[in-house]
Design a protein around this ligand. Structure first.
Ligand code: KG4
Ligand code: ZN
Length: 348
């Protein structure tokens, strides 16, 4: 049985997991940095990379300890090297390369977006490819045609803010705690989703793209009007906050569900896999399930634990190992969105 140590440091979670064929999870750890970024209302890249640096070795040690394995008993080390925050990516990459050099293990590259979709494959326990993959996180809102675990074709995505980023920024305006997604979901539970008619950008257009910055601005104008905002002194009534949260959440969910269905129609595929932090949203999951049932779509949404960043979804490295895709130690980090040359691997 192949056993891989997977490392994930693309954003603000320091995570490591040991996975085996199946895929099975032998041991895993996620060290969240939410408390460090809370007072800034968003992830501060420099704080994230410094925190990764402090945590990466204890996190790896703990994952191995939970798997009851030593580094010698591992067959390969895998690391997410794209996309993500440059400094954060580098910490995981250097740790992985150093372990490979010291212990003589093969290095495997993980594409973080492919890994988010692979979380659906792990959860389903069966083949899910080919499928349309929708990744909705703090940094990405993208649709892919996923022909196989390793073959992704970009169909469309956000042209400005990611959906999770919009959740985080609107939460900040409303005085709700970071991360904004869970806070907005909680506030929205007692709100009216039709209280405010917020825009659904691009929803009727054939292109498979999203735009959330206009929605964010519409919320802002509802709160303070144009001009210099001072959200800290707003003192908003709880029911107003709940109504804004519910109306905002409904607008985001409408756009995400509509474009996912449009991508399925355009690609002729009948399986939809959804991953990323925003896929933890209860209203989004409910709406996806409703639409999928109605249209006979096979829907796989990553379970809550595998939605937000984690190293278990790095089990996609097992597919690369099987395909003989081993990297050289000059593998680099690529902060930007998916490009074909983000790995140095040459098929053996
Ligand atoms: O995938 P993830 O952990 O990190 C990135 O790769 O970005 O996603 C984090 C994002 C944050 O913006 C957070 O507010 C959002 O996912 N999120 C949610 C929920 N839980 C997390 N958004 C909406 N509803 C939720 N329940
Ligand atoms: Zn992510």
């Amino acid at each position: 049985m192949a056993r891989i140590l997977c490392i994930e440091t693309t954003c603000d979670e320091t995570a490591a997991a040991v996975v085996g064929d199946g895929p099975t999870v032998l041991g895993e750890v996620v060290a969240s940095q939410d408390a460090l970024h809370q007072r800034f209302g968003g992830v501060v890249p420099e704080i994230a990379s410094r925190a990764h640096l402090e945590r990466i070795l204890p996190v790896i040690d703990e994952a191995l300890r939970r798997a009851q394995l030593t580094l010698d008993q591992i067959d390969a080390v895998a690391v997410a090297n794209t996309p993500g925050l440059a400094g954060s990516l580098l910490v995981g990459l250097v740790a992985a390369k150093t372990l490979c050099a010291a212990a003589g293990k093969p290095l495997i590259a993980i594409n973080h977006l492919q890994a988010h979709i692979y979380a659906c494959r792990i959860a389903a326990g069966r083949e899910v490819f080919p499928c349309v993959g929708l990744i909705v996180s703090g940094g990405h809102t993208s649709l892919f045609r996923c022909s196989s675990p390793l073959e992704f074709e970009y169909l469309g995505g956000t042209i400005d803010d990611a959906a999770g980023e919009a959740f985080d920024k609107v939460a900040q305006m409303l005085g709700l705690p970071f991360p904004g997604g869970p806070s907005i979901q909680k506030a929205a539970a007692s709100g009216n989703p039709r209280a405010f008619a917020f825009p659904r950008a691009l929803i009727d257009e054939p292109r498979l793209d999203f735009s959330f910055s206009g929605l964010k601005t519409a919320v802002r104008y509802q709160l303070v009007g144009p001009g210099k905002p001072d959200f800290s002194s707003l003192n908003l009534p709880p029911q107003f906050v709940a109504d804004i949260a519910a109306s905002f959440q409904e607008a985001v969910v409408d756009c995400l569900v509509a474009k996912a269905m449009q991508a399925l129609r355009a690609s002729g595929l009948s399986t939809l896999c959804v991953g990323g932090g925003v896929a933890a949203n209860a209203r989004f999951r409910e709406r996806l399930q409703f639409e999928a049932e109605r249209r006979g779509i096979s829907l796989v949404i990553a379970p809550l634990k595998l939605c937000t960043d984690n190293a278990v979804m790095g089990a996609i490295a097992l597919e690369r190992l099987r395909a003989g895709l081993i990297e050289t130690l000059d593998l680099d980090a690529f902060p930007g969105l998916i490009r074909p040359k983000h790995a140095t691997a040459k098929k053996a």
